[in-house]
Design a protein around this ligand. Structure first.
Ligand SMILES: *[C@@H]1O[C@H](CO)[C@@H](O)[C@H](O)[C@H]1NC(C)=O
Ligand SMILES: *[C@@H]1O[C@H](CO)[C@@H](O)[C@H](O)[C@H]1NC(C)=O
Ligand SMILES: *[C@@H]1O[C@H](CO)[C@@H](O)[C@H](O)[C@H]1NC(C)=O
Ligand SMILES: *[C@@H]1O[C@H](CO)[C@@H](O)[C@H](O)[C@H]1NC(C)=O
Ligand SMILES: *[C@@H]1O[C@H](CO)[C@@H](O)[C@H](O)[C@H]1NC(C)=O
Length: 312
């Protein structure tokens, strides 16, 4: 039934398909083409492939995903028909069994690319990619999570830039995050956001995930170190080692919470809840059994809060 439908569609499209769809073919990078199709069902695109001018004198043979095509396809310039998501990696060889010469990876991307299946959405506000930085030195890390059904998907390409300046990024060993370094004078006032695009492939389906942000929106101080009681009920802590210096310029402020023992720092059921700019706090209450929690935020940029540090 399905193949019959396809045949009918093919017949209906037959006369017009040959050139009409070619403007949906884009070069993503060396050796990789992207077909932008409105729907995965019923799409058919003819794609011209070239082995390369250097191999012009040879009678080259083509393979798809390492397998010979049947019937055999020969010639430096060929055209392949890509139906739906059945794209692939086309390689040309000197003889039908012989030496590899060149290849073109053909990928299919939905247009618009808003029906994504490869990455999980973290939240409607955050989207699919979470980015964070420990300070303003230009290093930032982003991560994502593949859906269970697409755990085999891989990252094809990463692009990051800020106002036409490229930012270099290195993929994490496990393929689920990226560490980037913006070298363009990171401490000056940010006028332009950072744009990040992660190109993911699952079989030969391509999805592009994008995120735009200012560093000041993602800088989250590290968990406060060295939280301890000095005398009586006076608590002290330090600025994180990774935070910017001098502290007089890159100031943090701190949220202090005191809760009944057993409560979590996130609980609204607190005994005391204060904001301070000091790294010391005197808990002036009678009870001796409580949880003391403290976390930090950039007091000017008011970006994300650090994780809580706590002391029983
Ligand atoms: C190999 O194929 C790519 C297209 O995928 C083409 O741009 C490139 O020029 C070819 N290489 C050579 C050596 O001809
Ligand atoms: C495509 O095939 C070429 C040649 O066999 C190989 O080097 C390349 O890694 C393949 N690319 C992908 C994404 O499978
Ligand atoms: C994708 O975008 C198109 C056009 O903007 C829209 O009609 C469609 O509802 C969107 N689909 C989803 C799943 O968001
Ligand atoms: C930026 O700060 C982080 C956290 O302290 C550090 O790991 C990284 O190496 C720093 N990068 C540069 C370029 O100084
Ligand atoms: C904590 O906040 C309360 C209410 O805003 C205020 O009355 C109290 O003085 C503050 N305590 C300290 C130690 O800052």
């Amino acid at each position: 039934m399905h193949s019959f439908l396809l045949l009918v569609l093919w017949a209906a499209l037959g006369l017009t398909s040959s050139n009409i769809h070619q403007h949906h073919i884009e070069t993503l990078m060396d050796n990789a083409l992207v077909l932008r199709v409105p729907d995965s069902v019923g799409s058919m695109v003819e794609v011209p492939l070239t082995c390369g001018a250097a191999y012009q004198p040879h009678e080259v043979f083509w393979k798809k995903n390492g397998e010979e095509l049947t019937p055999a396809v020969q010639g430096n310039h060929i055209t392949v028909l890509v139906k739906e998501m059945k794209a692939g990696n086309y390689s040309c060889h000197l003889t039908s069994t012989g030496e590899y010469l060149n290849h073109t990876l053909i990928l299919v991307q939905l247009d618009p690319d808003n029906r994504t299946v490869i990455l999980e959405e973290k939240s409607p506000q955050e989207g699919h990619i979470h980015c964070s930085a420990l300070n303003y030195n230009g290093s930032f890390h982003c991560n994502w999570k593949k859906t269970q059904q697409r755990s085999h998907a891989t990252v094809l390409l990463i692009k990051a830039s800020r106002y036409q300046e490229e930012i270099s990024c290195v993929l994490d060993a496990d393929g689920s995050g990226v560490l980037c370094q913006d070298v363009e004078c990171p401490y000056k006032e940010e006028k332009h956001p950072i744009h990040l695009t992660i190109y993911m492939i699952s079989h030969f389906r391509l999805e592009a995930y994008t995120k735009s942000f200012y560093l000041r929106e993602i800088v989250r101080p590290e968990k406060l170190p060295n939280l301890h009681i000095t005398s009586g009920q006076v608590f002290r802590w330090d600025y994180p080692d990774t935070w910017e210096k001098p502290q007089t310029y890159f100031g943090l402020h701190f949220q202090v919470k005191v809760l009944q023992s057993g409560q979590s720092c996130n609980s609204d059921n607190f005994i005391l809840n204060n904001l301070t700019e000091e790294t010391v706090f005197d808990v002036n209450i009678k009870s001796k059994k409580y949880v003391f929690c403290v976390r930090a935020q950039d007091k000017h940029a008011r970006g994300p809060w650090s994780h809580w540090s706590q002391c029983m």
